[in-house]
Ligand binder design. Structure first.
Ligand SMILES: Nc1ncnc2c1ncn2[C@@H]1O[C@H](COP(=O)(O)OP(=O)(O)OP(=O)(O)O)[C@@H](O)[C@H]1O
Length: 246
């Protein structure tokens, strides 16, 4: 299987605090890799390095064989990396469909045309509608994002990330703050992600992790403590001590 994302011995310090210690990881098409670990283990710091928000002090990041370690965020997105954030970053007053259309226009390098109606681009309009259907948002197409329930806003975030047609998707705690009752819709959306996408997900909800992940990587104190299929991780005494036992 083609490796889409590769981390080679990533290292990151904040002053005297060593928060990423020689982390190596590979994701191939179709992988669903969950990154778990206790609070402060360094999960967000690692994902921020992959996304380009933070620069590693040592090591390298390769996206589809290209070294992107020093590549700025927007360029990484164009190279096939998309992410959602733990905190929603949506334009609150815009209708859902318009937001997705803007993301598609941006992907196509048509941002200078944003004042034009999407009617000028029927293929993009159809793609926006299809994305809304896939994520169960069709009935909210005309709704301002700020009027949606929090779980639905997370779905819009996912639609915006998918609009980039990524090869690798980073999901930072998609279930955080989502009421239990709305979780099923998010799960359905995660199940319906394109099969050939490589997904790296940070999540504290262990039900979701063990349901979705094909592989689990456990971080502890910035280093990989264990990595393997969900059954292996579930039985690993080191993991139970560091995390699952809590
Ligand atoms: N910008 C920063 N400056 C200094 N220290 C930081 C910074 N960001 C994170 N840290 C520290 O780095 C360590 C790892 O934090 P990080 O947020 O990556 O952990 P995490 O595994 O994502 O935790 P959580 O599950 O609580 O979100 C923590 O000790 C945190 O306090």
């Amino acid at each position: 299987m083609t490796v889409l994302l590769e981390l080679r011995s990533l290292d990151k310090r904040f002053g005297g605090l060593h928060v990423t210690r020689g982390v190596s990881l590979e994701l191939a098409a179709g992988d669903r890799v969950a990154l778990i670990g206790p609070n402060g283990a360094g999960k967000s710091t690692l994902v921020n390095q992959i996304g380009g928000v933070l620069q590693p002090d040592a090591g390298s990041i390769h996206l589809r064989g290209v070294d992107v370690t020093r590549m700025p965020q927007p360029k990484r997105a164009r190279a096939g990396l998309a992410r959602t954030f733990q905190i929603t970053t949506l334009a609150p007053q815009l209708p859902v469909q318009r937001q997705v259309e803007l993301a598609l226009l941006e992907r196509e390098g048509l941002t200078h045309c944003v004042w034009r109606s999407i009617d000028a681009y029927p293929a993009l309009q159809a793609e926006a509608q299809e994305l809304l259907v896939r994520l169960g948002l069709r009935e909210h197409a005309a709704t301002a994002t700020e009027d949606l329930a929090y779980g639905e806003q997370r779905l819009v975030e996912m639609a915006l990330a998918l609009a980039l047609k990524p090869k690798v998707l980073l999901l930072d705690e998609p279930m955080a703050g989502v009421p239990k009752g709305d979780g099923a819709r998010l799960l359905a959306a995660l199940d319906a992600l394109p099969r050939d996408l490589a997904v790296l997900i940070i999540e504290h909800d262990m039900d979701l992790v063990f349901r979705l992940a094909t592989r689990i990587v456990v971080l502890a104190e910035g280093a990989v403590l264990a990595a393997g299929d969900p059954d292996t991780i579930r039985r690993d005494p080191k993991v139970r001590t560091a995390y699952l036992g809590h």
